[in-house]
Design a protein around this ligand. Structure first.
Ligand SMILES: Cc1ncc(COP(=O)(O)O)c(C=O)c1O
Length: 454
């Protein structure tokens, strides 16, 4: 065929899922003996994206090692059943679709009015957010990608380092805002150059740090003085257990002029597979030419999305009902127990990061070690899958993330194995008060200590 050449040599490619020990965990994709090569150039941004994304690789380990009795505390996938009250609402909407009275086709691209209103009233109570500022979607990750599409690839971007990897890959210039034990996991904004966008996640996945009110005020005034837009990811806001803000819109004006907020039902409501999220763009937020950011996002939603599933939205309505909220409160307590179990398993990691982490994960510090080496050691000797910290950015070196989302028995068994593996070690950690809201003086005042052997 004209314009299409055939590669005559069959080839196969075997690559290891983790860097050091390809012996046990390899992938042998079945490459066709003959492939066609088109003349369509590859989008250069795709290569950057692919290289940076490791969760599917870590998840793949589970399937690639039959008989190894692997326990996955890697990917932050939810495991707890959704409360019956919520699934009943989804089932009712679903069944109605098989009746002529209840059948509905496309819904509004921005989400159904009632759900937008409920999100504005329940999540953003007294924050001045209107129903029309809320766009319902199929999840935060998809919204972040659509925001990137709206902003184009010429804008400059600052991201926390480490952070959730979806933020990496699209942009020419990325400034990494280091979040480490030394700065109590909040970036030094005085050392951060001006960028058009600032991606900020709180509580930050993976560090678990929830920004205090004072820190968010600092962030907002930094964005304001630079004329930047903050893209604030609050997917884990419901895990915040102290008075730290759960939304960027909790800090005083002019937050509405500088911030977009993206959030999700995945973690707090167990909707990871159902797919439901939302984005808030206050109508006051504008581009440098004075045009409305919300109007452009509306256009993106109408042309690239076509609206969230009506069944998922019915579930979202039930989640935000008073009874639904109570169910999720119980779910959270369960998850926090799980996370504490996971923290007990690795014990010293707890203090190596935060005294209290506002996430269902533990961010474990192994000072002086490479995160892939630690990941490999835990995988090989304990058969437990974690996530190497560098998967979240260069600042994750020396850390691994352990998820508490697993099934209870699995988490407990993983903890037993981790205790066996690390039980004979003593590890130096800084006994600082990394808890949210702790003053830097109080943190600096306490000296490093040696934890006792477990
Ligand atoms: C910080 C953060 N934001 C967003 C997401 C994705 O959310 P969603 O399932 O709504 O796409 C995740 C998933 O792990 C996350 O960690």
């Amino acid at each position: 065929m004209k314009g299409v050449s055939k590669l005559s040599q069959p080839f196969s490619k075997t690559w290891s899922l983790w860097h050091k020990n390809g012996r046990r965990f390899t992938i042998d994709p079945l490459w066709p003996a003959e492939i066609c090569q088109t003349r369509v150039p590859r989008n250069a941004n795709m290569e950057k994206l692919q290289n940076g994304y490791l969760f599917p690789e870590a998840a793949g380990l589970h399937e690639e090692a039959p008989g190894a009795e692997l326990i996955s505390l890697g990917v932050g996938d939810t495991t707890q059943p959704i409360p019956r009250l919520v699934t009943a609402a989804m089932a009712e909407t679903c069944h109605a679709l098989s009746t002529s009275e209840g059948y509905r086709g496309y819904g509004a691209e921005q989400g159904n009015e009632e759900l937008r209103k409920r999100i504005a009233e329940v999540i953003y109570e007294d924050m001045g957010i209107k129903q029309t500022d809320v766009f319902v979607s199929d999840g935060a990750q998809c919204d972040i990608s659509r925001i990137q599409m709206m902003m184009g690839s010429n804008v400059t971007v600052a991201v926390q380092d480490p952070t959730f990897p979806v933020r990496y890959g699209w942009y020419g210039r990325i400034e990494y805002m280091r979040c480490s034990p030394e700065n109590l996991f909040f970036p030094d904004l005085s050392a951060t150059p001006r960028t058009d966008l600032i991606f900020f996640c709180s509580p930050n996945n993976p560090t678990g740090h929830a920004a205090s009110r004072a820190q968010l005020e600092q962030l907002v005034s930094f964005a304001k003085s630079n004329g930047s837009i903050i893209i604030y990811d609050s997917a884990y806001a419901s895990f915040i257990s102290d008075s730290s803000p759960k939304s960027i819109y909790e800090v005083p004006e002019p937050r509405r002029y500088v911030a977009i907020e993206v959030s999700s039902f995945s973690k707090f409501a167990g909707f990871a597979g159902v797919r439901l999220g939302w984005t808030v763009i206050p109508e006051e937020l504008t581009f440098s030419d004075g045009s409305s950011v919300g109007r452009d996002f509306d256009r993106i939603m109408c042309t690239c999305f076509n609206g969230a599933s009506s069944i998922a939205q019915a579930g979202g309505m039930a989640c935000l009902s008073p009874r639904g909220s109570r169910c999720h409160e119980e779910g959270h307590q369960w998850l926090q127990g799980q996370r504490d179990d996971a923290g007990g398993g690795v014990r010293f990691g707890w203090a190596g990061g935060l005294r209290r982490q506002e996430l269902p994960y533990v961010w474990v510090h192994f000072p002086g070690r490479r995160s892939w080496d630690v990941f490999g050691e835990i995988l090989e000797k304990a058969n437990v899958v974690t996530i190497p910290g560098t998967g979240f950015g260069p600042g994750g070196e020396g850390f691994v993330r352990v998820s508490g989302f697993g099934r209870r028995e699995a988490v407990q068994e993983a903890c037993r194995r981790l205790r066996r593996l690390f039980g004979r070690r003593s590890v130096v950690v800084r006994k600082r008060d990394y808890s949210v809201g702790a003053t830097e003086d109080a943190a600096a005042a306490s000296a490093p200590v040696l934890l006792p052997r477990i």
